[in-house]
Design a protein around this ligand. Structure first.
Ligand code: SAM
Length: 286
């Protein structure tokens, strides 16, 4: 099967199968070989690697992954794409196509079966409507992950990489940075896809921390604090926590701990770093 990084080959496949794009699945297929090569490079795929691909579409990136990795598992929700994938990937014997919703797949089991439980590399041009749930599933289910190299909406990539105090900084920045080090690899314009998305895209690599970024005694509590702080961005941290149904600490306790940390009692949550959220939640647990 011809290289799908060439737009004319993608169009030929779409026509051969009379493929109808499903908006509800966020289907925008990549048609730019340079972007595909950049993703493979950024993900540092080698002949030893097992790669999990989420949403292979018609198999464009999958072809590149099969050429470079030891083994690939590609999870695609749209059953209309399965016969197409069987066709476009027929020359490869190192790929398994799984027709399933990625949010329902037991990724831990897959990593165990395919990679002896060793950290896997995840590569995807993600469906934008479920970017955050997919990333949080990968992190929170404690799947052994080496790195996640993904195409996402440009603004989402910027939020993942944002620093305290910037307007992009929020709960997603802290969640991602708790588990991984993000770095934006490339900006990708709409004309690199069929059909063209309405938004700009970016490739971002999230490299899992080898050692924990911060020591947190109760992760759930820290993330409850983070959500409470950013749900009401314009409020002070003290009021944000006080108004949250998820958090039950008194204003006085929060003010006391902020003082101990050398922070003002009217500071907003958006100014706190990950280290400070960790310290705050550890101190308020005592
Ligand atoms: N990887 C292909 C490419 O780069 O051309 C397709 C990318 S397209 C943005 C996203 C793909 O994810 C689509 O093929 C879509 O059907 C699939 N998808 C959407 N939701 C999914 C889910 N919950 N689980 C698995 N695949 C999903």
């Amino acid at each position: 099967m011809a290289d799908l990084g060439k737009p004319q080959n993608t169009i030929a496949v779409l026509q051969k199968y009379h493929f109808n794009f499903q908006k509800k699945f966020g289907q925008n297929f990549l048609i730019d070989a340079r972007v595909l090569e950049k993703i493979i490079q950024a993900a540092e795929i080698t002949a030893e690697d097992f790669v999990l691909e989420i949403g292979p579409g018609i198999g464009t990136m999958t072809q590149y992954l099969c050429e470079n990795a030891r083994e690939v598992a590609a999870v695609e929700i749209d059953r209309n794409l399965i016969p197409i994938l069987e066709d476009t990937l027929q020359k490869y014997d190192n790929v398994e196509i799984i027709n399933e919703d990625i949010l329902k797949v037991d990724i831990n089991r897959l990593a165990q079966e395919k990679n002896n439980g060793k950290p896997v590399k995840v590569v995807a041009n993600l469906p934008y409507y479920i970017t955050t749930p997919i990333i949080m599933k990968l992190f929170e289910s404690h799947v052994p992950v080496d790195s996640i190299t993904i195409m996402v909406q440009k603004e989402v990539a910027e939020r993942m990489q944002a620093e305290p105090g910037s307007k992009e900084y929020g709960a997603l920045s802290l969640a991602v940075q708790y588990y991984a080090e993000p770095s934006i690899v490339a900006n990708v314009p709409p004309n690199c896809f069929i059909p063209r998305p309405k938004v700009g895209s970016a490739v971002i690599r999230l490299s899992s921390h080898r050692e924990k970024a911060v020591q947190v005694e109760d992760e759930r509590l820290m993330f409850a604090f983070i959500r409470a702080s950013f749900n009401q961005r314009r409020k002070t941290l003290v009021n944000g926590l006080n108004n949250s149904p998820e958090v039950s600490v008194s204003k006085e306790e929060v003010v006391k701990v902020l003082e101990q940390m050398g922070l003002s009692s009217d500071i907003r949550g958006e100014k706190l770093s990950l280290e400070q959220f960790a310290e705050l939640s550890n101190k308020l647990m005592q």
